[in-house]
Design a protein around this ligand. Structure first.
Ligand code: NAD
Length: 500
């Protein structure tokens, strides 16, 4: 029997109780892992263990794949019409809405993000995502290709089958919905692995998925480590597709495992080191506000974080002064305090990684203009940090830090900044600030990134495709584009009169 996690929230922003299973969710039931081991889940605000969840093994991956395949062959896949899939997804969205505060509180507890952002961003967009794909489920269609009168030729967009989905810890619930929405709308069955750091909302979602009435085996959740469960999913011979969100380093391993096993279809949403370009003619106050949001939102733990901030020389000093003031005013503290902007980093490992980057910036000769140090003595808090006087080869300019660390770089002209902005192995997102719309659009078009924002940053819409150029990924999530990740196109040719 799997364990139950119970927690009473008694905070200024949310009061309520949550209670749910912490086992593996396989074939509609919560079970222990086959080795009966568990993973400690830590509250990053305190560094203390708050829960133990079952640890899956590769053997559990086999069991989950079998359950998913059975569901695909009997109750889901081509056996369940689109309108019924739509109804179930819409019901799930409604249940999420009913439990939105509880989900947001769990996300804040487990990940350290503030309750208010978890309410207004993570859970709100997660609900929208499921509702959006509920709308697509009965609109999946192929085409008729006109060939000649003795032939009927058409294409079908069939579900792929059993798909593996592996997600990170920075937006645990949101990433879950980006994955399951299009996969379920198109009729696939899922074996998912959440991050070992932040599995709580995914576990709570299993109960909502069950309550919504999805047949057993359609969605299976395996809490476990990447090197065991993640590796087993990406190399599994009966998983036909793997969708991954996480670091570029692990994305490479996933693709390699897929190539070495059954050549499964792979989509990857990977890291970023995103440029944010602010021209002399930008609305300065707006550019400052957006740049702060771009670099420090979600504690800088956003793949889209605009943490390479290029500022044109004519406004550099004024921008830096205003930007510094705004950063100083960001309140770092308890995720459940009403005025906190930034909570703790999500884990000790991530905290250590960020501090190493800060040290490397200092060692390589950059100036710590603000912050660069720990906040408080308990938990994994880091003060918003600004680096200046960098050179393009520095680690803090080239590599994804994934923390509250912005690098401000002065530039002179458009050609120079576009060259510098594109000088990265990543290509996830970019932003341009200018009141000259021609300059803004031309620059946006020349940046090698899957998303280019003009006079804004970190904007995501459920119906707008999202994904990376270069080593930031393969494939697109959200919108109609994401549906293509989860369907196999079959051409059917019917002979209406040819005689052999
Ligand atoms: P990560 O790559 O360390 O882990 C992601 C997931 O992969 C986790 O569930 C982990 O357990 C699993 N994993 C680890 N090793 C594995 C292996 N060998 N085989 C299979 N799975 C394995 O990433 P993270 O630290 O959890 O998340 C941060 C990263 O995610 C950042 O690089 C960030 O940019 C990226 N990210 C990208 C997007 C996007 O949409 N492009 C969104 C969010 C996060």
């Amino acid at each position: 029997m799997s364990q139950i996690f119970t927690h009473e929230f008694n905070t200024p922003v949310y009061k309520g109780k949550t209670s749910f299973h912490t086992g593996l969710y396989i074939n509609g039931k919560f079970v222990e892992g086959s080795d009966k081991t568990t993973i400690d889940i830590v509250n990053p605000a305190t560094g203390k263990v708050i829960a133990k969840v079952a640890e899956a093994t590769p053997k559990d991956v086999d069991i989950a794949v079998e359950a998913a395949q059975k569901a695909f062959d009997t109750t889901w896949g081509l056996n369940m019409g689109g309108s019924e899939r739509s109804r179930l997804l819409a019901k799930l969205a409604r249940l999420m809405e009913e439990h939105q505060e509880e989900l947001a509180a769990l996300e804040a507890l487990d990940n350290g993000k503030t309750f208010s952002w978890a309410m207004n961003a993570d859970t709100a967009v997660a609900i929208d995502t499921i509702r959006y794909y509920a709308g697509w489920a009965d609109k999946i269609h192929g085409q008729v290709q006109e060939t000649d009168e003795k032939k009927l030729t058409y294409s079908r967009h069939e579900p792929i089958g059993v798909v593996g989905q592996i997600i990170p810890w920075n937006f645990p619930l949101l990433m879950l919905t980006w994955k399951i929405g299009p996969a379920l709308a198109t009729g696939n069955c899922i074996v998912m692995k959440p991050s070992e750091f932040t599995p709580l909302t995914a576990l709570r979602m299993c109960e909502l998925i069950q309550e919504a009435g999805f047949p057993a085996g359609v969605f299976n959740l395996l809490t476990g480590y990447g090197s065991t469960v993640g590796a087993a999913i990406s190399s599994h011979m009966k998983i036909e597709k793997v969708a991954f969100t996480g670091s570029t380093m692990v994305g490479r391993k996933i693709m390699e495992a897929a190539a070495r096993s059954n050549l499964k279809n792979v989509t990857l949403e990977l890291g970023g080191k995103n440029p944010n370009i602010i021209f002399n003619d930008a609305d300065l106050d707006q550019a400052v506000n957006w740049a702060v949001h771009g670099s420090y939102w979600n504690h800088g733990q956003a793949c889209t974080a605009g943490s390479r901030i290029f500022v044109q020389s004519g406004i550099y000093d004024e921008f830096l002064a205003k930007f510094t003031d705004r950063c100083r005013s960001l309140k770092v503290g308890d995720p459940f305090a009403p005025d906190s902007y930034q909570g703790p980093q999500a884990s000790k490992a991530q905290y250590d990684r960020i501090m190493e980057f800060i040290q490397s910036g200092k060692d390589q000769g950059a100036t710590v203009h603000l912050g660069g140090d720990r906040n408080g003595t308990e938990g994994y808090y880091i003060n918003p940090t600004i680096f200046t006087n960098t050179t393009p080869d520095m680690k803090i300019v080239q590599e994804e830090i994934f923390g509250p660390v912005g690098v401000i770089i002065k530039f002179e002209d458009e050609e120079d900044v576009i060259r510098q902005a594109n000088d990265t192995l990543y290509g996830l997102a970019a932003a341009v600030f200018s009141q000259n719309i021609t300059r803004a659009i031309n620059t946006a078009h020349r940046l090698k990134a899957g998303t280019a924002w003009i006079n804004c940053v970190n904007q995501i819409h459920t119906n707008v495709p999202f994904g990376g150029f270069k080593q930031s990924g393969i494939g697109r999530e959200l919108g109609e584009y994401a549906l293509h990740n989860y369907t196999a196109v079959k051409a059917v040719q019917v002979n209406l009169g040819y005689v052999m």
